[in-house]
Design a protein. Sequence first.
Length: 428
Amino acid sequence: MNEQQKTVALEAELDALRKEVQRLRSRNAELEEAGRSLPERLLDALPSLVYVLDLDERRYIYWNRELGELAGGAGGAAAGPLRGDGLSSMFHPDDMGRVEEYRARVAAAKSGEQATVEYRARGRDGGWRWFLERGVALGREPAGPGRRMLGSAHDITARKHTEQMLERSESLLHAFLEYTPSMMVAVDIEGRLLLVNREIESFYRMSREELLGRVVYDLLPAPAAASIRKANEETAAAGRPGVSEHVLVFPDGPRTYLSTKFPIRDAEGKLYAVGTVSVDISRTKQAEVERAEMQRQLIEMQQATIQELITPLLPLARGVVAMPIVGSVDPARAEQILTTLLEGIAAQKAKVAILDITGVKGVDARVARSLVDAARAAGLLGTRVVLTGIKPQIAQTLTMMGADLSGIVTKGTLESGIAYALGGRRRW
């Protein structure tokens, strides 16, 4: 046999030996697993952390695989005499006191009595995770001096996060309920109060404890109660938010509230309540009324100013006034002309009033009659009326309607009318 053949034979023999060693190791593991008790195998299969601790010696007698892997080792009774404080680095520093107090309670308990504790410990990823541990006092071993406890802890990180989120939500809701200037309330389908804020307490002058469970419609005046009940029922029936106004009458006067109502559903989507956020808009409403009144007054003032501009009464000399009329004349303006003329004559103590209609676009029988009536009314005050600027069309209209112009002086132009009026002053 040459050297090459010897080498091949040795490699084959080594390969066979490796396989045999692997077989023996597998068999040994099977025998070890078979040798473990069924309870131990069950404990190792649990996702919880399980251990037995000698409280006097502060020594772990047993921990399961889950705890062993978390601590960086294996589990079981053969894991070594690790002391109870050997895992202290796993616990959050702020929770060590709580853990020690918990173990002291278990140590002082009778056999079979339980205690619980929540704490944070490092997870496999190095981050802090929350655990809920339950400990049972086992008493003393007959052949040993130590008091023992059985501890079992399971991961409650997800639950803790949920609780923290719920606490934040409740804190946020509490802040809104306490400090919002609006009134916030929720009632069930029958109108019983489920939630109120500080503004609601102030509104009803009752504490939250006194209000919760009361039917809100029993606390309001009948008209307001009926209005609010109707709005709540409409919101519940529609299943969507709505906005409405409600007026409540108080000894110091009525108040108007703008309310936004919305349905509230449970986790299954079933409507069980109606929420309301109400804002007192009484000042806004009053401001709107005052603004509308100011606008009305302003419009009236503007209209009066416009009328004065389009129908001015001009004093020309002592006892002489003139009113030039320009544009179209409708019944409303004709009334304004008459009022302005008569008030001006009385104020100016005019003896002669000139009505100049040179700029009037068109005169029908109704307008012509209004002008004649204005002249006659001025005559009743002892004032001579001079009508100037009569166009052929207007003259024809006055003739066809048989207008009585007796007592009225007519002139072709405003200038001639003014000359007549000023010349006549010598006769007064």
